[in-house]
Design a protein around this ligand. Structure first.
Ligand code: ZN
Length: 136
């Protein structure tokens, strides 16, 4: 067991952060907290907060981005759930030992200087699941 601490954020695939921003800000009343580019994943990430929950709108910056592939196949929409964990290296080792399939064998850089890794949907009931270790 890796003991997830909380939901870190909800990832939503969009073609354009700008065109979806109105729904989150003006309709839902979410607070827009800025945009950051994550070159490693070839996405721009738009951060929105509702209460203590963070939403990340993922806009591909390149057709080879996995998010671009997702939108191509399934359209815009819910993409992944991210859980806060401590010591992501130990978590990945523990998952491997439990036979959980991983997309990322090693952590990679996420937005806000986090370290992240994805579990394969085959091992998580088709819900793309991200582990996210906040910076300390
Ligand atoms: Zn994420």
């Amino acid at each position: 067991m890796i003991q997830a601490q909380s939901i870190n954020h909800i990832g939503i695939a969009v073609r354009s952060i700008e065109s979806q921003r109105g729904f989150y800000e003006k309709i839902l009343g979410a607070v827009f907290e800025g945009v950051e580019e994550v070159p490693d994943q070839k996405v721009r990430v738009g951060f929105f907060r509702i209460g203590s929950v963070r939403l990340e709108l993922l806009e591909p910056t390149d057709p080879s981005s996995t998010v671009a592939g997702f939108i191509e196949k399934r359209g815009e929409g819910l993409h992944h759930l991210a859980y806060t964990v401590e010591d992501i290296d130990r978590c990945l080792e523990s998952l491997r030992q439990q036979g959980v399939r991983l997309i990322d064998e090693k952590p990679r850089p996420g937005a806000h200087r986090t370290r992240i890794a994805f579990i394969h949907p085959k091992s998580s009931g088709s819900v793309l699941t991200e582990l996210c270790e906040p910076q300390h």
